[in-house]
Design a binder for this molecule. Structure first.
Ligand code: NAD
Ligand code: DAU
Length: 346
């Protein structure tokens, strides 16, 4: 296997890079990342392996992607590069359309071009539960058959990219699988997302901004469990255990309200609940996500392994132990973003 990973310097991507290097038979791992605000070279700085190569490039540069695919004789492409934050997509959707839709289109065209010249590339498309929309309190969890019904601009661009992948499977007969996962947490997540933002603010005794009533529900999964799901789907596609175009949902049966999470973080850090600050709700805020994973369990033998309590306290410990990582991120662009988003100087 000669693997191209897009977005390998992001939160989930760096865990994927580490894990693919542990798979027997992997000859090459190329990480293509544009190093946007959420991409961080430091996330991969301890990856020292002759088989690993980093390329600072955008997925939107088709000739560069074609060149890498050809020169490195790529046989598998794991696509994680994206604009990933819902709040930013509400402020400006353009980069989301460019990367999530058009960037995916370019990678798909590169895969088709390779196929025409005799090389089949397996395409692993990493997507999200947000494409299904929002659940009511008593609804059963999403399944792979739940109709796509994205409710925010980020989710709409992810749903569009999923549909592009499916259309390329149907019309160009490429080999692809789509994975959809619930909310990830773990080390090296950019602190614009709920868990690292609240952890870092609690540690620094700063305000914890909860949107609306804080009773929105997410199904939280440790990033390493998500990576296991991505890699199980990849291997199943390569050996022909599943058909091209299949979708797999990954979740953790771990539904929590935002307020519950923030209270747990405060307790863990030893900070006061008075730091909680209820702020204006996110426009169009999805109320509840929950991901069923019966199909992944039945076909891939996958299930989440990491307990919420240990996963969360280890994650909080990681942010506490890695203050230089936090400090390097929470400056410059990040400070401006926080000030504009919440009207507070963090
Ligand atoms: P992230 O924002 O931490 O990382 C995204 C990475 O993509 C960054 O390294 C960034 O530099 C890179 N990137 C952005 N635009 C690029 C471009 N044009 N060319 C090359 N690289 C580019 O995001 P994440 O949380 O690691 O998410 C990774 C993927 O997983 C995304 O596709 C996201 O939709 C999906 N996903 C995330 C979650 C979650 O909870 N974080 C859950 C389900 C699915
Ligand atoms: O569900 C998977 C998705 O999870 C991924 O596809 C996205 O890339 C990822 O960003 C994440 O989206 P969410 O919007 O669910 O995650 P976020 O961490 O931004 O917010 C989680 C919940 O916490 C959500 O209900 C909004 C709330 N929240 C978030 C922030 C940043 C707050 O109340 N206050 C905040 O400051």
């Amino acid at each position: 296997m000669r693997i191209l990973i897009t977005g390998g310097c992001g939160f989930i991507g760096n865990h994927v890079v580490r894990r693919v290097l542990m798979i027997p038979g992997v000859e090459k791992v190329v990480n293509v990342d544009a190093l946007t605000y959420s991409g961080n070279l430091d996330n991969c700085k301890d990856i020292i392996d002759d088989r690993y190569r980093f390329v600072h490039e955008s997925i939107n540069n088709k000739s560069a992607i074609d060149e890498i695919i050809e020169a490195e004789r790529i046989s598998v492409l794991i696509h994680l590069a994206a604009e990933s934050h819902v709040d930013r997509s509400i402020n400006s959707v353009k980069p989301f359309v460019e990367t999530n839709i058009d960037g995916t289109r370019i990678l798909l065209e590169s895969v088709v071009d390779s196929k025409k010249s005799g090389t089949n590339i397996h395409f692993i498309h990493v997507s999200t539960d947000e494409v299904y929309g929002s659940l009511k309190p008593d609804d059963p969890p999403f399944t792979e058959d739940t109709p796509l019904n994205p409710q925010n601009p980020y989710a709409a661009t992810k749903a569009a990219s999923d549909m592009l992948v499916q259309s390329f499977v149907n019309t160009h007969n490429i080999s692809a699988v789509i994975t959809r996962c619930s909310n990830n947490f773990g080390p090296r997540q950019f602190p614009e997302k709920l868990i690292p933002l609240m952890t870092i603010n609690a540690m620094n005794k700063k305000a914890l901004p909860i949107y609306g009533d804080g009773k929105q529900i997410r199904d939280w999964i440790h990033v390493e469990d998500h990576v296991s799901g991505i890699l199980s789907s990849m291997l199943a596609l390569i050996v022909g255990q599943i058909q091209s175009g299949e979708v797999f949902n990954f979740g953790a049966e771990n539904e929590r309200t935002n307020i519950q999470i923030v209270q747990t973080i405060l307790k863990n850090v030893g900070a006061e609940e008075s730091l909680i600050s209820f702020v204006k709700d996110r426009p169009g805020h999805d109320r509840r996500y929950a991901m069923g994973y019966e199909k992944a369990n039945r076909i891939l033998g996958w299930r989440p392994e990491i307990e919420w309590d240990t996963g969360l306290s280890d994650t909080i410990q990681w942010y506490n132990d890695n203050k230089s990582w936090v400090d390097s991120i929470t400056s410059g662009e990040y400070r401006n973003y926080i000030e504009n988003q919440y009207g507070i100087d963090n």
